[in-house]
Design a protein around this ligand. Structure first.
Ligand code: NAG
Ligand code: NAG
Ligand code: NAG
Ligand code: NAG
Ligand code: NAG
Ligand code: NAG
Ligand code: NAG
Ligand code: NAG
Ligand code: NAG
Ligand code: NAG
Length: 565
């Protein structure tokens, strides 16, 4: 099929070359570049939106072709932009004849096969984006000869093998993105020779070995991203002493260990520090409080011990804080409640004690507050659930599961306060000794409320009829309480309800399911956060991948939506 198309086009070309000159002057000059592009076109087996069908024709001059920028002075093709055309095909060997090509953007197509070695002749190339295709084979070592190359994007392809050390000969590289491939082996030390590098991403591969310390010598580097590989070893002590411009350090999902280097405090420009999902241990360094530009701090799923240093309160620009799944003790430092920019706080699965202070009401931008999910291990915050939660009008997700929190009064007035949170979607209070009655004000919860869990909360009295007003509820768990009376008939209004567990308050057997469900939710949510974060870094291009996970649970969709919003 491809062959047939190709030979047809070649015949066409020959026709033009030999026959047309006599008939049409304007068509006599079929430049090499035009031939090369026609050769490329002949390798394209599918062009569903007909971008090239008509435009790329020998009958029109190449400077008018879609996606082609022409250098009139040299009469050569200067740049190609075929991004987002969903073309299927391969790159022909002739492609290397486009020797004036400066920029080639092939992002989001379905090109496959190897990159032909002849591309080494593209010595003017400054910008090459092959992301979101299906290229395979090894990352070519001849990239190292492209000595003008400044931007190289290969993310979301199927490149295999290891990273060629020769890549480090492309010494003008400023951006190197080879994330989301199937690369393995070590990161070559030579990468540290790329002294112009500002953005380095090798995320979502299977790289092993330790991070070569040479990378921490690239003084211009702004972003280092190795998320989701199998890297081990520790971080060098003087990590930040040579990286004054570092803005993002993304190391999530590896096997790095050791303690957090004190020198981190010297990365004063740092905005994102993501060390979650590793094996770091010992205390969270107090020096972290000096990273005053920090916006995202993720330390979750490690082996950190000790307390959350109160110096974290100095991070006045912090938006997202994740310290979940460690062995953190002590109480939540009150200084955290001074960080009015906070939107996400994940503290679940630690050994936190103490209270949830009234000052939480200062965090008016809060969207997600995740304090626990496990009955037997994890945090045990005590004391009152503050009514000031009602000031958190952006709150989407509140999980206080399995703590030791109670209400200041038997009418559970904190619930009435929470009805102010008009975006509240998931509310989980299960396994806290609330000791009161469900107030009729539950009818004032926003229609956004989808998951409401208040199992084993020692709630008594009747289930108010007004529960029937929560018409968008999908999952409701009021099991293992002390409700009396009958189930209100208004429950029939809850047409979306899929999971229901109540009142049956003298019965057991329901709760286990719900614990499992919520734990699942927690895990999926953590993944959703990761996918989302990754997606954002990949300018939304990880979305397809994120979508798969999104389907796993409807709750995740809620969280994803909220994270997007
Ligand atoms: C291209 O066409 C111009 C006239 O339009 C002619 O002068 C020139 O020789 C042609 N070049 C080639 C390579 O055919
Ligand atoms: C590309 O260059 C090679 C070698 O110079 C040549 O053989 C080939 O015909 C050229 N291809 C096109 C499409 O011009
Ligand atoms: C290619 O075109 C797309 C869509 O117009 C644009 O967003 C992108 O920046 C272009 N690429 C380059 C390298 O200019
Ligand atoms: C990289 O450059 C060095 C010095 O010019 C050279 O010795 C080496 O062979 C090059 N490596 C590759 C694979 O290009
Ligand atoms: C970093 O650079 C310094 C000199 O600039 C050198 O002494 C040191 O060995 C380099 N470290 C690494 C790990 O490459
Ligand atoms: C921060 O950098 C300065 C200058 O390089 C150095 O003297 C100091 O020891 C560093 N601090 C830490 C904690 O590494
Ligand atoms: C909170 O901020 C205020 C005003 O900046 C300051 O006076 C207070 O000491 C801070 N509280 C804590 C616990 O950091
Ligand atoms: C729960 O809180 C009560 C006081 O509200 C306290 O007496 C009790 O010791 C706490 N239990 C745990 C396990 O922290
Ligand atoms: C609920 O909302 C209505 C209307 O906003 C208000 O009048 C009422 O006081 C609220 N509280 C309760 C308990 O229903
Ligand atoms: C609650 O439901 C009742 C009965 O359907 C309805 O009359 C009332 O307006 C609803 N109240 C709110 C606050 O939605």
């Amino acid at each position: 099929m491809e062959k047939a198309l190709r030979s047809f086009l070649l015949t066409l070309l020959l026709l033009f070359h030999y026959v047309m000159p006599t008939s049409a002057m304007t068509r006599t000059n079929v430049s090499t570049d035009q031939l090369t592009l026609l050769s490329l076109k002949s390798q394209i087996s599918s062009d569903p939106f007909h971008y090239l069908d008509e435009s790329w024709s020998p009958a029109t001059y190449v400077c008018h072709w879609v996606g082609v920028t022409y250098d009139y002075r040299h009469q050569r093709v200067k740049s190609l932009n075929l991004s987002n055309m969903i073309l299927t095909g391969t790159i022909p060997r002739d492609f290397g004849n486009l020797t004036f090509l400066v920029s080639h953007d092939l992002r989001r197509n379905k090109f496959h096969g190897n990159l032909p070695q002849e591309m080494v002749h593209l010595r003017q190339l400054k910008f090459l984006d092959l992301s979101l295709n299906k290229f395979s084979g090894e990352v070519p070592s001849w990239f190292g000869f492209l000595d003008q190359l400044q931007y190289l994007y290969l993310r979301y392809n199927s490149f295999t093998g290891s990273i060629p050390p020769s890549l480090s000969n492309a010494s003008r590289l400023e951006t190197l993105v080879i994330s989301a491939n199937l690369l393995e082996g070590n990161i070559p030390e030579e990468i540290g020779n790329l002294h112009n590098l500002k953005y380095l991403s090798m995320e979502i591969n299977q790289l092993t070995g330790s991070i070569p310390f040479t990378i921490f010598n690239i003084s211009r580097i702004e972003v280092i991203a190795f998320t989701d590989n199998r890297l081990s070893g520790d971080l060098p002590n003087g990590l930040c002493n040579r990286l004054p411009l570092l803005k993002g350090l993304h190391l999530t999902g590896n096997k790095l260990h050791g303690h957090m280097p004190t020198s981190l405090s010297n990365c004063s420009q740092l905005q994102i520090l993501d060390l979650s999902g590793n094996e770091f241990d010992r205390r969270i360094r107090t020096e972290i409080g000096r990273l005053s530009n920090l916006q995202e701090l993720y330390l979750g799923s490690n082996h950190f011990t000790g307390i959350i240093p109160q110096e974290i309160g100095n991070l006045v620009n912090l938006v997202e804080l994740g310290v979940e799944s460690n062995q953190i003790t002590g109480s939540i430092p009150i200084s955290i409640f001074n960080i009015s920019s906070l939107q996400i706080v994940l503290l679940r699965e630690n050994n936190l004690k103490g209270s949830l202070p009234r000052e939480i009401g200062h965090l008016t931008k809060m969207q997600l507050l995740y304090l626990d999910e496990n009955r037997f291990t994890g945090n045990k915050l005590s004391g009152l659930i503050p009514n000031s939660l009602g000031y958190l009008t952006h709150l989407h997700f509140l999980n206080l599961w399995g703590n030791n929190l109670t209400s200041s009064d038997s009418s559970l007035s904190f619930l009435t306060s929470l009805t102010n949170c008009r975006r509240l979607t998931v509310l989980s209070l299960s396994l806290n000794p609330l000791n009161g009655m469900l107030p009729v004000s539950v009818r004032n919860f926003s229609k956004s409320l989808v998951n409401f869990y208040a199992a084993a909360c020692n709630i008594n009295g009747q289930i108010p009829n007004e529960v029937g007003n929560l018409t968008n509820l999908i999952d409701l768990d009021l099991s293992n309480n002390n409700f009396i009376g009958s189930i209100p008939t208004s429950i029939h209004n809850l047409r979306n309800l899929q999971g229901m567990s109540f009142p049956c308050n003298k019965l057991t057997g329901f709760i286990g399911d719900h614990i499992r469900k919520l734990q699942h939710l927690g895990r999926v949510k953590a993944r959703a956060l990761r996918v989302k974060k990754r997606g954002r870094r990949e300018e939304g291009e990880g979305e397809e991948e994120g979508k798969k996970e999104e389907d796993q649970a409807s709750s995740v969709k809620i969280i994803m939506d909220f994270r997007r919003g």
